[in-house]
Design a protein around this ligand. Structure first.
Ligand code: T4K
Length: 401
């Protein structure tokens, strides 16, 4: 408990936490269950190439999402690349810049130009009104993103895709366990791609999946993730190595059994942040639609510098000094990173909302390693900092901390 700003580390106090609090600390299900699966895997000596755990994991995910096909892969980025190639996207694809760099790279890696489109300031999703202006004769698709797990404007994007004869793919890296109009994310567009990276609330160490209700597309992606092999000595398609290994699938099977628990903990943490941050001027917590399923894996704040008295970056400095490692996802936006910064030096002019949002957003720690007491402490520090925003700003500027 900090009694005044003199207790903050930036003024010479002790850190609120001895150990660093991370955004993205992995959740781990029943440890013994995982170790038992590992024992069986070692006895069986079957480690990869469509092993029994991978098959069972794919079946369970497809059932959980109510989708016809699930193809698990070694990570979300390769899964995106394979989905993009299987859909035969080319030329230009419309995509948000306010995303993790993998979304843009998965296109550029295949020499497809990501055309960055602005977002809606409330939802942080692709703004359907802006998309139409970005469509050219070279546009072959839209790559939408369910940012923070909240479903993007699925219907508007589908209408636009249909109207302009474009393919529609969703980067659903954040949205495992979320629904839209009561239907699980995974059922929309031509296909949707999940990430099961260690930092996601549901992880397979590294991993990802493409899900689709299109059987032909699924068949093609299965070939592509296995070099194009259609049987021994028979390659019928260009492919790569996108296979998930058995240890990752075992982690996935273990964690699926604890999925509801992970979500319940995230929800408890979200509610705790919601009540503790209420009423702090200039601090807005992004809300989730209580009528839909949600994984609550990201705690997203927007900081209004005028109201809070200090900027997002200044608040982050205060928190880091206290060992609260808040993150600035997705600063500064893909368009300000290479190679896109060099390719499109004036992209910022078309992305005013992206620029603004990237300066305001901060993501706070949650997950099973964070308890309500820690959240109360984090929020108390945010409150204390905002109450003294002007003095802290002056101090940070003078000390250049
Ligand atoms: N599309 C979107 C929209 C995405 O957000 C992502 C991934 C992808 C596509 C691509 O999917 P993958 O190919 O990754 O499956 C992290 C993750 O590495 C990345 O997967 C994720 N998005 C992104 C949002 O976050 P960083 O650069 O923040 O990672 P890092 O190493 O700083 O880790 C974050 C925090 O988690 C750290 O404070 C430490 C902690 N951590 C991390 C790892 C790996 C742990 O405590 N244990 C761990 O094992 O990108």
């Amino acid at each position: 408990m900090k009694n005044g700003i003199e207790d903050l580390v930036i003024f010479g106090g002790y850190p609120a936490f001895d150990d660093k609090l991370h955004v993205g600390r992995p959740n781990i299900g029943n440890r013994q269950r995982f170790l038992d699966l590992m024992d069986d895997m070692l006895d069986r000596r079957w480690f990869s190439n469509d092993g029994p755990y991978v098959k069972e994991f794919e079946k369970k995910i497809a059932e959980y999402l109510g989708v016809k096909n699930c193809i698990v892969m070694c990570n979300g980025t390769i899964a995106l690349e394979i989905a993009i190639r299987a859909l035969e996207l080319k030329g230009e694809v419309i995509v948000p810049s306010f995303t993790f760099i993998a979304t843009a790279h998965s296109l550029q890696w295949q020499e497809i130009t990501p055309v960055f489109c602005d977002i809606d300031h409330r939802t942080h999703h692709l703004d359907p009104k802006t998309i139409e202006k970005m469509i050219t004769p070279r546009t072959s698709g839209i790559l939408g993103l369910h940012t923070w797990g909240r479903p993007c404007a699925i219907e508007a994007l589908s209408d636009l895709a249909q109207k302009h004869n474009l393919k529609l793919l969703f980067d659903a890296a954040h949205a495992f366990g979320c629904s839209y109009n009561g239907r699980m994310i995974g059922n929309f567009g031509s296909a949707e791609v999940f990430s099961f990276h260690a930092t996601k609330f549901f992880n397979t160490f590294e991993g990802g999946a493409v899900v689709t209700n299109n059987d032909d597309l699924a068949k093609k992606m299965r070939l592509m993730k296995n070099f194009g092999f259609a049987g021994y000595d028979n390659v019928i398609y260009i492919g790569t190595n996108g296979k998930m290994n058995e240890a990752s699938a075992a982690m996935g099977l273990t964690n699926l059994e604890s999925l509801d628990e992970f979500i319940a903990v995230n929800r408890r943490n979200y509610e705790c942040y919601r009540s503790c941050l209420a009423g702090i001027p200039g601090i807005t917590l992004l809300k989730h639609d209580d009528g839909e399923k949600h994984n609550y894996q990201y705690i997203i704040l927007e900081i209004d510098e005028d109201e809070a008295g200090l900027s997002r970056d200044e608040l982050q400095k205060v928190l880091w000094a206290e060992n609260i490692l808040a993150r600035r996802y997705f600063y500064p936006g893909c368009h300000r990173m290479e190679p896109y910064r060099s390719y499109f030096p004036h992209a910022n002019l078309l992305l005013p909302v992206t620029e603004e949002v990237a300066k305001r957003v901060m993501v706070l720690p949650t997950g099973s390693t964070i308890d309500p007491q820690s959240i109360e402490t984090i929020c108390q520090i945010v409150q204390l900092t905002v109450e003294n925003g002007k003095d802290i700003k002056k101090h940070l500027m003078s000390d250049d901390l």
